[in-house]
Structures are given as structure tokens and as C-alpha cells.
Design a protein around this ligand. Structure first.
Ligand code: URA
Length: 197
């Protein structure tokens, strides 16, 4: 069975399955050198079946565009969870574990050189530490060397949206430039090495 069919038919997380409109698989070219990794679909994403298609998505798209990155062309977008948690609550440990094999297979297909990890849950995934141990703000801007890629740790676009016009937004813009540099082979000193997904 095709991976996307498998994901669409998944019924592992009872509460998510009962409440979802659609499964949000991801978007973008395969393979693709840049992968944007978010948390989980929101209300609009759940209705449209497209990741980051709401206000956070507009902000993300605009920030990426400033770095010369165009949607559907230069980056692939995936989330830790493929289904929307009701009322946008945080993903549970069990839901994250249920979705992980899909995410790993998707990443394997996309073969990114850089993964931009947006927010606590994406950072937790690339660092292999529990979400509660993640210091999102302290980590932002750090580069992690993974087995087959580098990860740039960043803020969640929704957080940046709430901080428009200040240093958070400026730093967010810089994270995209950093990702582009890494794609071009200019890898800065890494803050963590040999992290296995
Ligand atoms: N927030 C996310 O983390 N992912 C989306 O797709 C939309 C909002």
C-alpha cells in the first residue's frame, strides 16, 4: 500500500480519528532539500487537508519568501501529527509515538538536507528528548547535526505571529537564511552532533 494511503487510513488515535475532518499528509516536492517541520494541523488545515494554510502559514510563507524560498517549490512541509488535536490541544506522547513511523518514512522519502524544526514538538523530535525538557527559546537558532541532515531549531510560526515586529521575528527570518546556507554546503558549527532520528 502507498504510504499516503496508509496514513489516510490510520485509526490509531481514537480521539483524533473521531474529531478529524481530514488527515493532513504534507505538501511539497519529493525529494526536497529543505523540510519545514511543524506540530499538528489546526482548524483550517483540518478542513483543507493542507499543512500551514492558516494565518501561521501565511507568516511562515512570507518569512520563507524573504529568504528566496517559494512554497510548493523550495520546501516540503510536514507535521509531527497528521491529525488535528481537538481544540488545538498539545499532542500526547501516545499520539506522537503513533505518528512517528509515518513521519520517519516521509522524511526518508523527502531526503532533506535541512530540517527546520518549528516549536517544542518539532525540536523534541529532532533532538530526541521529551517535549517538556525542550527550551524552545534558548534553542532557537541552534544547528544540530543529524545522521543524514542538519536541523535548524526555530520558533513555532504561531509564536512568531504573536511577536511580530520584535527581535523574535527578526531572528525567525535569520533561521531561513541559515537553512539556505546549510543547503549550499556552508554548515556552521553545530550545537549538537550525531543525533539519530
Ligand atoms: N501549526 C502547525 O504546527 N502545523 C500546521 O500545519 C498548522 C499550524
Amino acid at each position: 500500500m502507498k504510504l499516503t494511503t496508509h496514513i489516510k487510513r490510520c485509526k490509531k488515535c481514537k480521539e483524533l480519528v473521531e474529531n478529524r475532518t481530514q488527515v493532513v499528509i504534507g505538501e511539497g516536492p519529493i525529494p526536497c532539500s529543505i523540510l519545514f517541520l511543524g506540530e499538528a494541523p489546526g482548524k483550517r488545515e483540518d478542513v483543507k487537508g493542507i499543512p500551514f494554510c492558516g494565518v501561521s502559514g501565511d507568516m511562515l510563507e512570507a518569512a520563507a519568501f524573504k529568504a528566496g524560498l517559494k512554497r510548493k517549490q523550495h520546501y516540503h512541509i510536514l507535521n509531527i501529527l497528521k491529525c488535528r488535536p481537538p481544540e488545538n490541544r498539545d499532542p500526547t506522547k501516545c499520539e506522537i509515538e503513533n505518528c512517528r513511523p509515518f513521519l520517519l518514512k516521509q522524511i526518508d522519502a523527502v531526503k532533506p538536507k535541512v530540517i527546520m524544526a518549528f516549536g517544542r514538538y518539532a525540536q523534541s523530535f529532532v533532538l530526541g528528548v521529551p517535549p517538556s525538557d525542550i527550551r524552545v527559546l534558548r534553542n532557537a537558532g541552534k544547528v544540530v547535526q543529524l545522521t543524514n541532515a542538519h536541523a535548524v531549531l526555530s520558533y513555532h510560526p504561531a509564536y512568531v505571529l504573536r511577536n511580530r515586529g520584535n527581535d523574535i521575528a527578526k531572528a525567525f527570518d535569520k533561521h531561513f537564511l541559515l537553512a539556505r546556507k546549510i543547503v549550499k554546503g556552508k554548515v556552521p558549527k553545530c550545537d549538537a552532533k550525531n543525533v539519530e532520528l
